[in-house]
Design a protein around this ligand. Structure first.
Ligand SMILES: [Mg+2]
Length: 497
């Protein structure tokens, strides 16, 4: 890298020679001393130096020269190289020209001819220190601004990859690394990484790069990242910073920044890169948390979906069980209320229904009649033809009764061959008429069983449910007595009591 230049401009060669000799003696180890005999030549030299990116901290210019005057030259240099300091050298400078130079060219000092060497060197050294102090201040301000910019990226609503890409561009924009601005960022693969990495040296993948600034092949994932920012020179033309990105002592990434030969390594650059990597580590951590959160949410959704599915299945099962339960209840209710042989109400059910009718009749002052029917000579049927035929006879009798009575009459089988009939809203005459129809219907039918034709008849006892009675128990007793009368009188009869 070429040394920085102090440019001396004077139209008198002897003065230039004297300046050069004194500067070489005092500053020749660090600086190149360039000479120009006119303002125009000075500008040409500066143009060449700028092209070769050689730094020019200081220009010493004579005021009175043929062609361009010193104050004008310094003013023009100010526009070309705003940070370069200017010192005016003059034997007969007017206050006006010094003032011009101060105002337009930010003149650092002026020195009167003839000068004292010690004074000259001191002034120049002060100027150089001021130049480098200001340069360092600018660099610090730039670093601060870049770190701030990278920090701001953390809260921007862009993807992690985009955040890193913008961060890398910002870092390279400091201009202190290389004109070609080249670099890359490698991080752990967040798709695969857990919040706590189990392996010490995770595989790194390139997330972002600028100007093909990828890492030298052997340098990624070699497990020897270390904790410090390192300047590596792998060949004269390839130099780069390798800055580890670490979280709690574990490597989660590497930042590569390529530099050219004009770059001067300073502790401040390393400190800056170290700060940047600290911020990048924070970005990686936040991104990890976000991804873990997304993954967790997804798992939670899947779990909720699974549980919902299980719940629906359980509900369906419950519905099936409910249907079975209802069916069983229905059957239980049927068997609890129905006479299995005749399908009429059984005794208990008949009494419940008949009592309810009696109660209603009493409440509304209506009439109700109760009849008891008994199959005549049923024991003989059983004895003669067997119980199976007896059952068939009972079924037939039940069928005929149901066919003959009215829809709202209540009929039940209350004993072996005994039936009871409650007729609501019915007076005695109507009741007798219905009973007569039943008696006739049964006696006019015969039951055919195999070769046998069995003639059947019933005896009946009829009684009214009295106005004050809210159950049929009284009527049952009276009807039973009337039935006894019918049996006694010869059967196939209806008696009223
Ligand atoms: Mg002169």
């Amino acid at each position: 890298m070429s040394r920085p230049v102090i440019l001396c401009v004077d139209d008198e060669r002897i003065i230039l020679s004297s300046l050069k000799s004194q500067l070489m003696n005092n500053l020749g180890d660090t600086y190149q001393i360039e000479l120009a005999e006119s303002g125009e030549e000075a500008l040409e030299i500066l143009e060449e130096l700028t092209e070769s990116r050689t730094e020019v901290p200081l220009v010493i210019a004579d005021q009175i020269m043929g062609g361009m005057y010193g104050d004008e030259l310094l003013a023009r240099i100010k526009t070309l190289l705003p940070n370069t300091h200017g010192i005016m050298l003059t034997g007969q400078a007017t206050a006006e020209s010094v003032g011009e130079a101060v105002n337009k060219a930010s003149l650092f000092r002026y020195i009167s001819k003839p000068w004292d060497e010690e004074d000259l060197v001191l002034t120049i050294k002060t100027g150089l220190r001021s130049y480098y102090d200001q340069k360092e201040l600018r660099r610090q301000a730039c670093y601060q601004s870049i770190i701030h910019k990278v920090l701001q990226l953390v809260i921007t609503n862009v993807s992690f990859e985009e955040q890193l890409s913008q961060a890398l561009s910002a870092i390279l924009s400091t201009g202190c690394f290389s004109v070609s601005a080249k670099g890359s960022i490698y991080t752990v693969d967040l798709e695969q990484a857990d919040l706590e990495w189990s392996t010490k040296d995770p595989d790194l993948v390139m997330i972002s790069q600028v100007n093909q600034g990828e890492a030298p092949e052997s340098n990624v994932s070699d497990g020897e990242v270390g904790q410090d920012v390192t300047l590596i020179t792998s060949s004269p033309s390839v130099r780069y910073y390798r800055a580890p990105i670490t979280l709690q002592g574990k490597s989660v990434g590497i930042l590569y920044i390529y530099i050219d030969e004009t770059h001067d390594e300073t502790p401040q650059v390393k400190a800056f890169l170290s700060s940047v990597c600290h911020t990048l580590a924070g970005m990686i951590r936040i991104s990890q948390y976000n991804r873990a959160l997304e993954k967790h949410s997804l798992n939670l959704e899947q779990l909720v979906e699974k549980r919902t599915h299980e719940l629906h299945q359980a509900l369906r099962k419950q519905e099936q069980l409910n249907d079975i339960f209802l069916d069983v209840n229905k059957k239980l209710n049927y068997f609890a209320t129905t006479d299995e042989l005749t399908k009429l109400m059984n005794r208990r059910c008949f009494f419940e229904r008949a009592d309810a009718e009696a109660s209603r009749a009493r409440r509304y002052g209506r009439k109700a009649l109760l009849a008891i029917l008994d199959v005549d000579f049923f024991k003989e049927v059983n004895d003669k033809f067997g119980h199976q035929v007896g059952d068939t006879v009972l079924e037939k009798v039940a069928h005929v009764i149901v066919e003959t009575i009215r829809e709202h009459d209540v009929i039940g089988r209350i004993g072996g061959e005994e039936f009871a009939l409650l007729m609501p809203e019915t007076d005695v005459d109507e009741g007798k008429e219905i009973c007569e129809r039943v008696r006739l219907a049964i006696s006019s039918n015969t039951v055919v069983v195999g070769d046998h034709c069995i003639s059947i008849s019933v005896s009946m006892g009829l009684s009214e449910v009295k106005d004050e009675e809210s159950t049929i128990s009284g009527a049952m007793i009276r009807a039973d007595q009337a039935l006894y009368d019918s049996k006694h009188k010869g059967r196939n009869l209806i008696s009223y009591n």
